[in-house]
Every structure is written in C-alpha cells, then in structure tokens.
Design a protein around this ligand. Structure first.
Ligand code: TYC
Length: 107
C-alpha cells in the first residue's frame, strides 16, 4: 500500500465515492387517447383542442393518427395533471354519450 504522505492512488487502494442523497425526480406520464368505432372525429378534435390546448391542425393530425394506429399521445404531464386530463376526457365524453377512452403511462 502506498505511504499516506500523498494523495496518489496506489495498488490495493479501494475506490470510494461520497454518497449522494437518493433523490429521484417523480416520473412524468403520457396521456394517451384510444381509438374506437363510435366517437365522431369532430368530437375527438374538439376534445384535443379543449383539454390539451392544441390548435385545430395539430388536433386533426393527432386524431387521424389515433384513428389509423389505434392510440396516440396527447401530452406528457405530472401524475396529478395526467390523472385530471384522463378524468376530464372520459367524463366529458360520457356526458355526450361517446365511448372515448383515455389512459396514462409512465413516459
Ligand atoms: N374511429 C373513429 C371514427 O371513425 C374516430 C376516432 C378517432 C375515435 C380517435 C376515437 O380517439 C379516437 N369515427
């Protein structure tokens, strides 16, 4: 082992690292709308404008993507906000007798 008169590493020394507090950022969540055979396209576009602040071009693009691929991301939010968006979309759709479904998953 080396002498302790300097701070050079020596064969046999053990590397140590000062421990850092194990803080992790909370996960973010994707809000995803799902396709179905019944909800009118115009209604989905309106939902995306109303609850996700999309302009009509973007809302139309996302709606068509969901229509053709089955699902699409509306946005990425903290857990609380994502839960609220899912509830808003499903409640509003149910009130208008549409089966539109929405879900969330860790981004
Ligand atoms: N597939 C629906 C129709 O043909 C339109 C639609 C698009 C429904 C997106 C839901 O998330 C959705 N009327």
């Amino acid at each position: 082992m080396g002498s302790y008169t300097d701070n050079q590493s020596q064969p046999g020394d053990v590397a140590t690292e000062t421990s850092r507090p194990k803080l992790k950022r909370p996960p973010m969540y994707k809000v995803i709308i799902l396709n179905d055979d019944y909800t009118p396209m115009d209604f989905v576009v309106m939902i995306l404008e109303r609850f996700f602040a999309m302009n009509s071009e973007k809302a139309t693009r996302i709606m068509l993507q969901v229509h053709t691929r089955g699902a699409g991301v509306c946005g990425i939010f903290s857990r609380d906000i994502a839960e609220t968006k899912v509830a808003q979309v499903e409640n509003y759709s149910r009130q208008h007798d549409h089966p539109l479904k929405c879900t969330m998953e860790v981004a």
